[in-house]
Design a protein around this ligand. Structure first.
Ligand code: PEP
Ligand code: MN
Length: 349
């Protein structure tokens, strides 16, 4: 069951409601602060009598049954959608957000050159890995804290907020100290101790879909973050395993409109890992936008062929520039048309 607070409710009312519900033997999970606050209730069955009791408490707008196992993430909890703020950037609104940068931070010059190039190409956020989840233990694992320092320098130079991956619960504070958004990678989507710890870092989180995870499992992982008190979560579809080896993964575009129906959280698409092939990145980026994504995360390198990680899917800054222009044009084209209710309104326009 979820309780939606009235727009004009205050923090005191919220606290009283939480206390009241806990006294009845339930656990409470509070999402957000202010007008869009939602309180999830778990632990026992809410009887019709209790439901009426909760609905009559001061400040309550509605008490709604959880239609899905991810009660805080379900669309009904915030029908208008969640907006996630990363510095000045808002994810989940009308403006598409384009995160771009190299797969891995290789060094000072490479990262700074990449950062300036993606900024000039129109990117709104900067990406780059310092702790890399590599399939082989012998592959370059990233520069660790030194990489984070370079990333923070790139942020200062360009003004672009930065997103980078955190792989272990013990790394969360370190990565949070240097970045504006924490990335939970595909391989760690169901690492519940990491999710619990990351939720408390006070940073927005980019949650990538596990490449063998169902949409429901992905949303349950998001629920861990929300139940942990963090409502600033962005979902990222990054491709799933299929039988076909022609591409690295199969970008599951079904998941984009589906997730947008099932949850209020913003959804972005990663056409780089989703395809693993440079020549497919632009068309699949645009397909992702057409499917309703709020933005993209793209691997871009100043010299793509020389990239130390994921060279075959890295694109040049010039290609990013074209993707940004086309993604913005698509977003304009697909923006919900203003609703015209009468001929008079049309004439008045
Ligand atoms: C990445 O974006 O750097 C990455 C490793 O992606 P994924 O977790 O989706 O494989
Ligand atoms: Mn990569």
């Amino acid at each position: 069951m979820i309780i939606t607070m009235r727009d004009d409710s205050n923090l005191d009312q919220q606290r009283q409601i939480v206390r009241h519900i806990q006294e009845r033997g339930f656990q409470t999970h509070v999402l957000g602060r202010g007008g869009d606050t939602v309180i999830g209730i778990s632990g026992r069955t809410v009887t019709p009598v209790l439901r009426e009791e909760f609905a009559s408490l001061p400040g309550v707008a509605a008490v709604t049954p959880a239609t899905r196992p991810y009660m805080l993430a379900q669309r009904e909890a915030r029908p208008d959608g969640t907006r996630v703020r990363v510095g000045e950037v808002v994810i989940g609104g009308a403006e598409p957000v384009i995160m771009a940068g190299p797969c891995v931070i290789e060094g000072h010059d490479q990262m700074l050159e990449a950062a300036q190039a993606v900024k000039a190409a129109g990117a709104t956020m900067l990406r780059g890995g310092a702790f890399k989840p590599r399939t082989s233990p012998y592959s370059f694992q990233g520069l660790g804290e030194e990489g984070l320092k370079i990333l923070a320098l790139a942020r200062d130079l360009t003004g672009l907020p930065v997103v980078t991956e955190v792989m272990e619960p013990d790394q969360v504070d370190l990565v949070a100290a240097y970045s504006d958004m924490l990335q939970i990678g595909s391989r760690n989507m169901a690492n519940f101790p990491l999710l619990r710890r990351a939720a408390t870092a006070g940073k927005p989180i980019l949650l990538k879909r596990g490449f063998s995870a169902t949409v429901e499992e992905w949303l349950m992982s998001a629920e861990y973050l929300l139940a942990g008190g963090n409502d600033q979560v962005v979902l990222c579809e990054r491709g799933i395993r299929s039988f076909d080896t022609a591409t690295r993964f199969t970008l599951d575009l079904n998941a984009v409109p589906l997730a947008r129906q099932l949850t209020h959280l913003p959804v972005i698409v990663d056409p780089s890992h989703g395809t693993g092939r440079r020549e497919l990145v632009e068309p699949m980026a645009l397909a992702g936008m057409a499917a309703g994504a709020h933005g993209l995360i793209v691997e871009v390198h100043p010299s793509p062929d020389a990239a130390l990680c994921d060279a075959q899917q890295s694109i040049a800054p010039e290609v990013l520039e074209r993707i940004v222009a086309r993604a913005l044009a698509l977003a304009d084209l697909l923006a919900p048309a203003p609703r015209v209710t009468s001929i008079t309104a049309l004439a008045a326009d």
